[in-house]
Write a protein that binds this ligand. Structure first.
Ligand code: HEC
Length: 105
């Protein structure tokens, strides 16, 4: 009886404070999968492997902030199509950038 009371309050507690799913909850994930992951699967780079999206690589290439990543989407290097504000709004672009910085370590 005591044990089931404990389990009941435990399950109540868990239902009140659900543990957020890892990066799956970031709003930029869907847009990243739709627009970027064909060339950048799991943060890699199928065309130019040295220009992958891992934070260490980005930093080595001078890309440090959300704004730096958004700028790369607007005016990318060779082999990557530009994404203008019609393709991705400023907010979508920032959400993708936040997803990249939080996900590919
Ligand atoms: C058609 C393939 C392709 C698609 C789609 C694509 N990229 Fe790229 N991306 C590349 C290539 C190729 C490079 C390397 C360009 C260069 O040499 O500067 C690159 C480079 C980058 C870099 C710089 C990486 C570094 O380490 O310097 C970032 C950031 C980036 N892409 C983000 C994105 C995002 C965000 C999207 C989706 C909105 C996207 N890319 C879509 C091909 C692609």
């Amino acid at each position: 009886m005591r044990m089931s009371g404990f389990l009941l309050s435990l399950s109540l507690l868990l239902s009140i404070c659900p543990v957020p799913a890892r990066s799956a909850s970031l709003p930029g994930e869907a847009a990243f999968l739709a627009n970027c992951s064909q060339c950048h699967p799991s943060g890699g780079n199928t065309i130019a492997p040295a220009k992958n999206l891992r934070v260490v690589t980005l930093q080595a290439n001078g890309i440090r902030t959300v704004q730096d990543i958004v700028q790369t989407m607007r005016r990318p290097g060779p082999g990557m199509p530009p994404f203008d504000s019609k393709a991705l709004t400023e907010r979508q672009a920032r959400e993708i950038a936040e997803y990249i910085l939080a996900t590919f370590k």
